[in-house]
Design a protein around this ligand. Structure first.
Ligand code: NG1
Ligand code: ZN
Length: 505
């Protein structure tokens, strides 16, 4: 067969040191990077065979995780993020150890045993970490994929970030319809738009992005972006969105994200940071139960969190809810106190933190050969979440990938997500005062302690409306006092916000 001529020719460029024998273990192959070139080439071939067999995209990750810099390693990842099955682990070991002149035979044997149709297409994602040996080794994987006629989207290199690789796989493996795969992204003419442009191609199978405000003409955050959408409660000015279409907006530096859609009556629905925290924490809690892991999980919010979200999380989802002062550093600090801390400001800043102990327990379970399928799947999904989420700071793109993967895995539409609870109508106003520092607050900014009488005035205004809540606080970023009110109806929320702002003067 012509293709085996190619295999022999190519593999001679990645020769195996005679006599070297390695075993495919839980972490794949892992050893000194100098001994791995032939292994990488051969694992590229094996991933191609696996992709032809499963007709799905297979991941190859080049990394030795926490091991020393001089080491490296490789493991194959099935479409749902699972490890290889034992039979394929054996093939991996056989291919790795075949002497140079026996390689073509070893490859043919796998093809025969698995009855692989070699005319099928194969797609392999290759991820790598930042080790100095990783670029050359991942190129060897790509050579192996090409030797058997497979494809490596975006020259095979997905990203430096192994978690993104896992999330791409989840997205690409999901059975969403074309409609469900479609997502409008408003890049706010900022940095996030550039990054989305770079990655949209290799997401294509699971997520089809239409990117707006990509920086080619509009101004940064002007009539677009997460803040505009959240505060104006409407879509960006220049986007035509169809009813029911799932959309999201980043802010200019891509550390905030909000989702939204319009319904068939033209009504705008915003899924803000509170809804995002609810989606993520519900997903994680469900996985913890399935995995049988005893880890605590908390959602950290600020006073701006919609009252409905807090009630839903506490009463229906039974997760711990904490409230801190406005500002990511306060939320981050509080979230660190839990095994899993999900934190989001209503405006879309946020992320998920996992304690070291939580990461270790999840990893142990994911690698435990004796755990059952449900537990294993849950552990792998938790592990993918740990990997994709940016624990240092929330970033809009990791948040978007996680949200899209959750919707895909749960087979959930944006409308179903929105229906988890109904936001209380709310209103935010800014009030200019001569000196905003005369307002001092307590209880995570929910109550004013000075000037005297202000809190009493707010309390009696709030009593006039049903399901009402209101607070005032000096902004930390603008020379204004912010007023927030929520109530049973929009009219009530607007009236209450207006009355409270008069009390501030
Ligand atoms: P101030 O101006 O202190 O309300 C605003 C946002 C915060 C946070 C910071 C920093 C609101 C109500 N406030 O703070 O959530 O994003 O900017 O960026 O959205
Ligand atoms: Zn920002």
């Amino acid at each position: 067969m012509a293709e085996f001529q190619e295999v022999l020719k190519q593999s001679a460029l990645h020769p195996k040191p005679a006599g070297l024998c390695l075993q495919y273990g839980t972490a794949g192959f892992r050893t000194n990077a100098k001994q791995l070139d032939h292994i990488m080439f051969r694992m590229g071939m094996l991933a191609t065979l696996r992709s032809k067999k499963t007709q799905a995209t297979i991941g190859v990750m080049v990394t030795a995780s926490h091991n020393p810099e001089e080491d490296n390693g490789v493991k194959l990842v099935d479409p749902m993020g699972e490890m290889l099955t034992p039979a394929w682990e054996d093939y991996a070991t056989q291919l790795a150890n075949a002497e140079q002149d026996d390689l073509a035979r070893a490859v043919k044997e796998v093809i025969q045993k698995e009855a692989i149709d070699m005319s099928r297409e194969a797609n392999v994602f290759v991820g790598k970490d930042t080790r100095s040996s990783s670029p050359a080794l991942s190129q060897a994987v790509i050579d192996g994929v090409s030797a058997l006629g497979g494809h490596t989207p975006l020259h095979g290199l997905v990203s430096e970030h192994k978690g993104e690789c896992a999330m791409y796989l989840l997205l690409n493996a999901s059975n969403r319809t074309d409609d469900q795969k479609h997502l409008c992204v408003d890049g706010a003419n900022g940095i996030g738009a550039l990054k989305v442009r770079e990655m949209e191609h290799h997401l294509q199978k699971g997520l089809q992005i239409s990117l707006f405000n990509d920086g080619s003409k509009g101004k940064l955050n002007h009539q677009c972006g997460a803040d505009f959408v959240k505060v104006q409660q409407k879509p960006p000015a220049d986007i035509e969105i169809n009813p029911g279409e799932r959309c999201c907006s980043f802010d200019g530096d891509a550390d905030r994200i909000v989702y939204y859609y319009t319904d068939s009556d033209g009504r705008f629905h915003l899924l803000d940071g509170d809804k995002i925290a609810t989606l993520i924490s519900t997903f994680l809690k469900e996985l913890l139960t399935q995995a049988g892991l005893d880890l605590n999980i908390a959602v950290v919010q600020t006073a701006y969190a919609n009252g409905s979200s807090t009630l839903y999380l506490e009463n229906t989802m039974k997760v711990i809810v904490k409230c801190t002062k406005t500002g990511v550093k306060h939320l981050h600090h509080e979230a660190q106190k839990f095994d899993i801390g999900v934190y989001f400001e209503a405006n879309g800043h946020g992320t998920v933190l996992f304690s070291q102990a939580a990461v270790e327990k999840i990893q142990q379970l994911a690698e435990d050969a004796n755990s059952d399928d449900t537990k294993k799947r849950a552990a792998l999904l938790l592990q993918s979440t740990v990997n994709v989420i940016n624990q240092t700071v929330g970033d809009a793109i990791s948040d978007m990938l996680l949200i899209e993967a959750i919707l895909a895995v749960r087979g959930m539409t944006v409308q179903q997500w929105d229906a988890m609870y109904t936001d209380l109508p709310n209103r935010q106003l800014k009030v200019k005062v001569s000196d905003r520092r005369v307002i001092d607050t307590t209880d995570a900014e929910r109550r004013a302690v000075s000037p005297a009488g202000l809190q009493d005035a707010i309390d009696s205004l709030v009593k006039k409306y049903r399901q009402a809540r209101s607070f005032v606080r000096p902004s930390g970023t603008e020379d204004v006092v912010r007023v927030y009110a929520e109530a049973e109806t929009q009219e009530s929320a607007d009236a209450l916000a207006h009355e409270v702002s008069l009390a501030v003067y």
